[in-house]
Design a protein around this ligand. Structure first.
Ligand SMILES: Cc1cc2nc3c(=O)[nH]c(=O)nc-3n(C[C@H](O)[C@H](O)[C@H](O)COP(=O)(O)O)c2cc1C
Length: 187
């Protein structure tokens, strides 16, 4: 780095690759909901586990507490407005975010929450551990079922030759996409 700029510590996390922004779906027999999620990471390969950071004040949070389940839906960049919408509104007052943001429900295999049919992948998760962090909680969950668009996920990797654009959140209303793979030269 020739020239550097001091990054305020409150923004330092944005320097780390945040992974894809996701749509989390939650639900039980009576109701369901969606929220946008940037803070997610895989934490274990076998059994496959993931960790997400959720605000405890979200309308979605008690669903995850009660059912012990949620789904992570990976949106293509075409869903950017729906992602921002789901992340800037609450389902608390009866808003149906699926209808409001043009998304459809698909039936999950192992959990009660619906999946987002337009997503390019959906991972069904069961909560294994909750770390209370005050106003938010870290939920560590086991992935119990996962599906991905066959056009875009082949041989265990995202493939970008058929127009896939994965979505990342930079901050506020700004996002970026990843839309091609590059190969490193073997050492
Ligand atoms: C792009 C984006 C990313 C977000 N990432 C997170 C996150 O990682 N964790 C979190 O708890 N909330 C996150 N949020 C905020 C929630 O999605 C938001 O508070 C949402 O309105 C909660 O919905 P609910 O009250 O209907 O559950 C994000 C919002 C946006 C727009």
């Amino acid at each position: 780095m020739d020239r550097t700029t001091v990054c305020p510590l409150a923004q330092a996390y944005r320097l780390l690759n945040p992974g894809c922004v996701l749509l989390v779906s939650v639900g039980d027999a009576e109701a369901d909901n969606l929220f946008a999620l940037t803070w997610n990471m895989p934490v274990r390969r076998d059994p496959p586990m993931v960790a997400i950071l959720s605000g405890k004040g979200h309308y979605s949070y008690p669903f995850m507490q009660r059912t012990g389940e949620f789904a992570l839906n990976v949106p293509d960049a075409g869903l950017v407005d729906a992602v921002l919408g789901c992340g800037s509104t609450t389902g608390r007052d009866g808003l149906d975010k699926f209808a409001r943001f043009g998304l459809s429900r698909a039936k999950a295999t192992r959990i009660a929450a619906p999946l987002v049919a337009e997503a390019v992948a959906s991972l069904e998760c069961c909560v294994a551990q909750v770390v209370d962090l005050g106003s938010s909680a870290l939920l560590v969950a086991q992935i119990v079922h996962a599906v991905a668009a066959a056009d875009h996920f082949r041989d265990g990797q995202w493939r970008f030759d058929r127009g896939l654009r994965l979505l990342h959140h930079l901050g506020g209303e700004r996002f970026c996409v990843s839309d091609r793979a590059i190969d490193a030269r073997p050492p």
